[in-house]
Write a protein that binds this ligand. Structure first.
Ligand code: EPS
Length: 381
């Protein structure tokens, strides 16, 4: 399974081609759109999200409501393009060039690397707008994963200094409802209030604020990934994918950070064998041992930096080396709740990719036969 995507933040649309996806998987477009909507909401977003109401268009690879096995081509329109048509015109040069790079963004490095004369070219492709199409790709993967009973939960566990690292060990609807009804995907109402306050304060003083999210995949079978090669390790694949999400500066799998302070016997997840099935007593390792999934929920935390664009003005340099006042470009104050939804869908893609690798089949039916055979072997009950 692989995909390529393209598109600028204020261009006509975002597009992607997903290749290697099995045939006969029912695709309910409303499920994909629901994931896109979830990504758009969240306290702290800027005005752009009021302009967009992201919806997917399927261009190829799905017919009669089911995947055909052919490449799946999708697009998401940028409604804001109407306001940017002149700036983004592919032929006619736009004369107002951006020459003041914003620290913390790709602006300066991209400008130098690609030998550009306008930072706009960097901003447009480096933008986190690209995560919309990645969510759509992940949402298509979720349609496949439903057949294997793989489910996801994501939530915000930190905004600035306010934390909620409470423990979640099972998937349940009550939990989901609480998270989904929170404007910042926080599980506990009292903490939610404090988190919202943190964002409000940042906004009032012209600042931005970061935080952390947790994503958990339930129902992933034992045996995805491998210890055999570095690039087949599941933690390598997941952490690489997660670090590629704009703004993410650290990834933790399971209780990875705490692990460095504990004794081996304290941290180990003890093996248990009940009703013919192996399991673990705890899940400190976040569902991955030796680069292979162990059947426990995959648990990942992502830490996001504050968005670099601040309304607060400061002195900086333009691309010619002159001292200038910083340039402000419309932005979000906090995008941590959106990151949770993005991470869920990015994880769905990585899990689906490894499921397809392991249970190799060109159709959903072939995958399921291979999966059932394997599950019967590893569960001896
Ligand atoms: C972004 C800047 C803002 C965000 C954008 C990411 O967009 P704009 O410059 O149009 O105000 O809203 O995020 C999205 C558009 C999105 O869909 O998430 C940036 O510079 O990365």
């Amino acid at each position: 399974l692989r995909f390529l995507d393209a598109g600028e933040s204020h261009g006509k649309m975002l597009v992607a081609i997903l290749e290697g996806f099995p045939s006969n998987v029912p695709i309910d477009i409303e499920n994909i759109n629901k994931q896109l909507q979830r990504r758009q909401i969240g306290f702290g977003r800027g005005t752009r999200m009021k302009i967009e109401s992201d919806r997917i268009e399927i261009i190829s690879g799905v017919r009669g409501g089911k995947t055909t096995g052919a490449p799946i081509c999708i697009s998401i329109k940028n409604k804001d393009y109407e306001n940017w048509a002149e700036v983004m015109d592919f032929q006619k040069e736009y004369n107002e060039k951006i020459t003041i790079p914003r620290p913390g963004h790709a602006d300066l490095n991209g400008f130098l690397k690609y030998n550009l004369d306008d930072i706009r070219n960097v901003i447009e492709r480096a933008s986190a707008r690209e995560t919309a199409i990645r969510v759509a790709i992940g949402a298509i993967c979720m349609e496949l994963l439903k057949f294997f009973d793989v489910k996801f939960i994501s939530r915000v566990v930190m905004i600035g200094n306010i934390e909620d690292f409470s423990y979640i060990d099972s998937y349940n609807e009550d939990l989901i409802n609480k998270i989904e009804s929170s404007p910042i995907r926080c599980l506990h109402k009292d903490i939610e209030k404090k988190m919202i306050k943190e964002i409000q304060i940042a906004k009032e003083i012209g600042e931005t604020i970061g935080g952390a999210i947790e994503v958990i995949a339930f129902g992933v079978p034992v045996g995805l990934g491998s210890y055999s090669f570095y690039d087949r390790r599941m933690d390598y694949l997941i952490s690489g994918a997660m670090m590629s999400i704009q703004g993410v500066k650290a990834v933790e799998i399971g209780n990875g950070i705490k692990s460095s302070k504990l004794y081996g016997s304290e941290f180990n997840d003890k093996i248990i064998f009940e009703d013919g099935r192996f399991s673990r007593k705890t899940n400190n390792l976040g569902g991955i041992e030796g680069g292979i999934t162990n059947g426990m929920p995959i648990k990942v935390r992502l830490f996001m930096k504050p968005i670099p664009t601040t309304r607060r003005e400061f002195e900086t340099f333009d691309v010619h080396g002159n001292v200038v006042k910083s340039r402000y470009e419309r932005s979000d104050v906090c995008a941590v709740p959106a990151l949770a939804v993005i991470a869920e869908n990015v994880l769905a893609y990585e899990v689906a990719k490894e499921m397809i690798n392991k249970f190799a089949g060109d159709s959903l039916e072939d995958l399921l036969i291979s999966f059932e055979h394997y599950i019967n072997r590893v569960n001896r009950g």
